[in-house]
Design a protein around this ligand. Structure first.
Ligand code: NCD
Length: 340
């Protein structure tokens, strides 16, 4: 890998600048190539930690990490929990079902009550864009907030694991052409990917039905396409986004059948793509809609690698925020008497 090109591995630089470490990870918008590269480099060190004979680590020993998930999740939630445990943290898991949310407790009150138990990191997923940002204004300053997906806004750790997968497979992100295919309008994964891919020097094409590409995309410095077949021969990577039925008000495309015909990745389209095209999908996948089973499970697919790499990426992010400058300022109310 080439150290000095954005998006390529650079272990030397990753060790160097601890001073600009992140106290929270709310999004990838505005993060520099240096910070993104540092996170990806750090993730390399956590690959395989806690698996088989490789021992767990202790970087988060004594820390409490809370998963505060107000929306369904399989991968992100379990990945954060396992990542935190493999670093030695205690992990709490909150979901609104069966909690005091059912009695009318607000998001902020719930978070502040959990925080009062002595929490170091809150990993937040919420349907409202900006919910994790709001939490940072209500929680005590020593608590780190990580955005695990806020509405259609951002999903920074998913995009980081996408980048990590690309970098592992291709060595470098700069100069690649990456197609984000499908429901761009409702995809937080697309937004985070666009910010980071551009920062690291990739050319980004967003491709989908006109109704699923918001007009402001034109300001994001990406190429816009509506014909997947036309862009396939140019793409090094295709990230196949799920149609976010739960966020749509309906009528945005005529039918699933038509979507599949125009934008579904199948064997015939694979023959139009570069032979080594890398296929990503954040999951869950709608088999037979955005991707056919034989393509999802085929040799170009890195979908399960993404899940594996997600653990290392989340370990890196947890360590990054916990090492930030203000991380040690535990408030008096949660210190033991001998700590005061
Ligand atoms: C994504 C999400 O929830 O935003 N999935 C995930 O985190 N693995 C994408 C999606 O739901 O389509």
């Amino acid at each position: 890998m080439t150290p000095d090109i954005p998006g390529c591995a650079s272990p030397e630089r990753s060790m160097a600048d601890a001073s600009d470490s992140l106290h929270h990870l709310l999004g990838l918008e505005g993060l520099s190539a240096a910070v993104l590269t540092r996170l990806l480099d750090r993730a390399e060190q956590y690959l395989g930690v806690g698996v088989g004979d490789v021992p767990k680590r202790t970087e988060l020993q004594g820390k409490v990490v809370v998963n505060l998930f107000y929306e369904p999740s399989t991968r992100t939630r379990m990945s954060f929990a396992l990542a935190a445990r493999r670093l030695g943290a205690d992990v709490l898991d909150f979901s609104p079902a069966g909690s005091s949310t059912a009695k009318g407790e607000s998001f902020i009150d719930t978070a502040k009550n959990i925080e009062a138990m002595g929490v170091d990191v809150m990993v937040v997923r919420h349907s409202s864009p900006g919910a994790p940002h709001i939490l940072t204004r209500h929680l005590r300053p020593h608590v780190h907030v990580i955005n695990a997906g806020d509405g259609a806004h951002e999903h920074p750790t998913q995009a980081l694991l996408d980048l990590f997968t690309i970098r592992r497979r291709r060595g470098c992100i700069a100069g690649l052409t990456v197609g984000l295919i499908g429901d761009i309008a409702h995809s937080r994964v697309a937004r985070s990917n666009i910010h980071a891919l551009k920062a690291l020097g990739a050319h980004v094409i967003v491709c989908g039905p006109t109704t699923l590409i918001p007009p402001q995309v034109a300001e994001w410095g990406v190429e816009i396409a509506h014909n997947l077949d036309a862009i396939l021969p140019r793409c090094d990577v295709l990230n196949l986004l799920r149609i976010q039925f739960e966020r749509q008000r309906g009528g945005l495309f005529p039918s699933i059948r038509e979507y599949r015909l125009l934008f579904g990745m199948d064997g015939a389209r694979m023959r139009k793509a570069k032979p080594d095209v890398l296929l990503l999908a954040p999951g869950p996948i709608n088999r037979g809609v955005e991707i056919t089973p034989e393509v999802a499970d085929g040799p170009n697919s890195a979908i399960l690698d993404q899940v594996t790499y997600g653990l290392a990426v989340r370990m890196a992010v947890l360590v990054e925020v916990c090492r930030s400058a203000t991380a040690c300022s535990v408030p008096d109310s949660v210190k033991t008497t001998h700590q005061r």
